[in-house]
Structure formats: C-alpha cells, structure tokens
Design a protein around this ligand. Sequence first.
Ligand SMILES: Cc1cc2nc3c(=O)[nH]c(=O)nc-3n(C[C@H](O)[C@H](O)[C@H](O)COP(=O)(O)OP(=O)(O)OC[C@H]3O[C@@H](n4cnc5c(N)ncnc54)[C@H](O)[C@@H]3O)c2cc1C
Length: 491
Amino acid sequence: MPVAKRARSTPSSPSAASPVTCTRTRRSTPATSTTSMNNNSLRAAVVGAGPSGIYTTVEILNRSPHARVDLYDLLPTPGGLVRYGVAPDHHDRRNLISVYLRKALATGRFRYCGNVEVGKHISVAELDRHYHAAVYAHGASDDRSLGVPGENLLGVHAAAEFVGWYNGHPDYTDMKFDLSGHRTVVIGNGNVALDVARILLQRPHALIRTDISEHALEALTTSKIREVIIVGRRGPHQASYTASELIALRELDAAVHTNLGDPELRPDRHVAEAPTYASVVKAKAMSDLLRASQQSRSDRQLTFQFLTSPVAILGTDRVESVRLVSNTLGIGPDRTVVAHATTESQTLQTDLVFKSVGYRGRRINGLPFDQVRAVIPSRRGRIIDLDTESTVPGHYVTGWIKRGPSGVIGTNKACAKETVASLLHDYEAGLLAAPGTSDIASLRAVRQPDQISLEDWSRIDRHEQRAGQSAGRPRRKLVTVADMVAVARRN
Ligand SMILES: Cc1cc2nc3c(=O)[nH]c(=O)nc-3n(C[C@H](O)[C@H](O)[C@H](O)COP(=O)(O)OP(=O)(O)OC[C@H]3O[C@@H](n4cnc5c(N)ncnc54)[C@H](O)[C@@H]3O)c2cc1C
C-alpha cells in the first residue's frame, strides 16, 4: 500500500507535496541550541523511553547522520519496564538505559523530554506539526482482567500493581498489600508470575542487595507469606515462562513442587503435541529445578499447579479462596494446544491473589487503536488507519504497543530496526511532509514547566546511586515525581 501524503495545517509549513531531500551538509550549530530549525534534516519524535523507544532513537541517530530526535516519556525517568518491570534481583539488566542514552547524547542531536505525556501535555497533532515523523513506543502497561466473578474483591491485585510497587513506580507507591497470610495464589504462569513468586518468597537479606523500593523492602521483610502457588491452565510444556526464568529460580531458597510430578519423567508428556525445541528445554529446566530442590529444608514452598483454571474468586469482604477447575489438553483449530475444562474442581484457601495474565496497550487520542488486540495496527512499523487500511504518513509504531506484550528486552531491538527502516525509507523517498520551523521546546516549556532533560535525569540517577551506596545497595529509587523534580532542580 503506498504511503499517502499528510496535509499540514500550519500556515508556515511548506506544501505537503513538496519532496523532502536529505541534506549532506553537517549542521554547524548543535540542534539543542536552536529555536528555529532547518527543515531539511529529519526531525523525529519518539514517544516512550522504554527499550523500544531507546533502541529506536539510537537507530535513527546512527542511520541518519543529520537526524535530530526528541525522546518523550510521561515519567521523569527513562527505561519503561526496564526500570519499573524487570525484577530488582535482576537489576543489572537496567544498565542498557544509561549505555544507550549516552550513545544518543554523544551525537549532539538528541533531547530527552521526560515528565511530558503525549496526549496530555502535547497532542499527536502538535507532534505532527513539529516533526517529519513520530514513532509511538509507549508500551502496554495496563493489566488484562481474568473475567471471573470475584476478581475485584479486596486482596485480589493485578501483578502489574505489585511489580510497580516493588519497583518504586510513582503510580503504585501508595498501594498496600496484605502480606500477613501464609499462602498466595498467582494466576498465570508467564515470566511476570515467576518474578512475583520469587520476590514474595525471597529472603530479606537477598532483597536488601537490590534496588527494590524502600516501602516494599520494609513490607517484605516482615511478610508472613511462606507458600506461593502458580496456577497455569495448560501443562509444563506449554507454560508461558521461559527456561531462563526457571533457571533463575534455582537461586531461590524454596522447595519447588508441581502437581504433576517431574514433567521429564512423565511418559505421556508430549501426548498433546509434537515437542518443540523450546518445550523440551523448558521441561528439562523444570526437571532440573525439581531435582535441585529435592533436598530442600526451606520453610518456603513454591508449587506449579498445571492444568487448572480459576472459575471464581470467593469471599465476602475480601478474598478467602479461589475455585479452580481441572483441564485436559487438546489441539485447537489453529493447531495450538488448548485447555478444556473438566467437571473436576478444587478450592484453594488464600487471602492474597495476583492476576498475571498479561498486559494491554493503552490508547493515545488521535491514533488508531485495535481494541481487541490492544495494539496500534501497523504494517512493518507504519501505523494503519483501521477504516481505510492505508498507512498514516509520518506515524510509526514499535515495541509492545506494536506487537503486543511479548518478548524480552532484546526482542525490541529487531522490532525498532524494522520500524526505523520504514521511516527512513519514507523520508528518503520524500513521502514525509516537512514540519514548521518553530522548535516545539517552547510549547513544551509552557505546557510542562517540570519537564526533565537528560542532564536532569543524570542528576536523579547520581542521587539514587549515591543514596544506595551509603546503604550498600545499587541505588535507592526516588518514588514520587515531586521528589524526582526536586532533585533534578537542585544545583
Ligand atoms: C514485570 C515485567 C518484567 C520483565 N522482566 C524482564 C526481564 O527480566 N528481562 C527481559 O529481557 N525482559 C523483561 N520484560 C520484558 C521487557 O520489559 C519488555 O520487552 C520491554 O520493556 C517492552 O518495551 P517497550 O519499550 O515496548 O515498553 P515499555 O518498557 O513499557 O516502555 C514504554 C514507555 O512509554 C511511556 N509512555 C506510556 N504512555 C506514554 C505517553 N502517552 N506519553 C509519553 N510516554 C508514554 C512509559 O512511561 C514507558 O516508559 C519484563 C516485562 C514485565 C512486564
């Protein structure tokens, strides 16, 4: 489908039909110091400073030697789920944020615009007027619901809330979790469920060496939870977790069980499907984990309850139990392994439940949105209008909001490369209308006086690391936007 021209509404903008050429002369003044801009070199906005937005930024800057990129995030801090999703005991994975942002800064053609929400402080139409192209990389941060009665009872939480809370996300700082019971049920068996279980069962001395938020460290230190049951609707070969996350569980001081025994030892283990390499590796990792924990004398128990689905969460004022139905496996119309409910059921007593059945993207006004998949519809990274099925010129998408919430940090790199290749192709083919000459920085300053630049972020970063060092920790995170802004404004 050819890319249609986008008409610009600003009087200062040149004809949308005039081709845009890529100048070969290097700018003599750094882009960051200008308020009125040369129209020829590519100007791109990237919305969302998670890994996909950061990879996209660096890819544009590397591949287009005169391009300038503004990277927006609604939070003061860059990193997205790398800062607020990745578990604190895996905090070394957060290093990519500063490594890549330093690369971007070194080009002299990059600005970080933190604490600026697109759709609130700056609209999609305003980005259109100030950039040749905008790449939307705003992730998928909303949780999916279970769709069973009782899921809104007190004591039932989205895993996303718990993850945000222990990672110090400003939106979840004030949440309270009742950790006074013995048993917790986690519904869903992806990597996030494993993170939640690991953090709940981790001993305080292991957490204190991480960058977990102070409020979570304090609450988990006195936690009475000793048993976590992870409920998955299909079998160990179809579980959503990855083998590497199972391997990470070997570090946990807990006795591990499954309701099916050792999956490697079951003669019917591949009855429902031909084994794939991934399913065999996963089963082997589970087998090794079970064997390693056989001699465990730990007072902490982790049970993988396969082939079961929740049908109701029960309780009067708050959750008291979860009713589960047993499943058998079959092959669905698309040849995937599906779970079929049987009449066999059981009830697990618990006063804390986490729903970990996936994330959903959130709509930004002015952009197409596929309600069913909760993603922005696209073709090779070009956003598609759902009514006309044609691409929307100058609008691109990458990361979880493009593919849906799956894939590890590195998966977003290839995704960003595909999107940037489409963007640069369109730009070089003259398909992107040139923006007006005014710098959006003045508009941003009016709309969001508490905007955070990369220098501001460096100040926050140094402050957190220094505060951590004095406590023997990698960092102590600031957990409110007000505190971050205050530190950023300190001389
Ligand atoms: C709990 C959890 C743990 C994980 N652990 C690991 C792990 O250990 N290892 C691993 O490899 N992968 C892990 N992943 C997967 C990895 O985090 C994702 O692949 C990756 O973060 C997706 O990147 P993204 O940039 O698309 O989205 P995100 O990381 O969500 O980034 C989106 C960014 O957009 C910003 N934003 C949203 N809306 C707006 C707006 N309107 N205006 C401006 N900015 C906006 C958000 O603030 C956010 O910073 C984990 C995922 C989760 C959920």
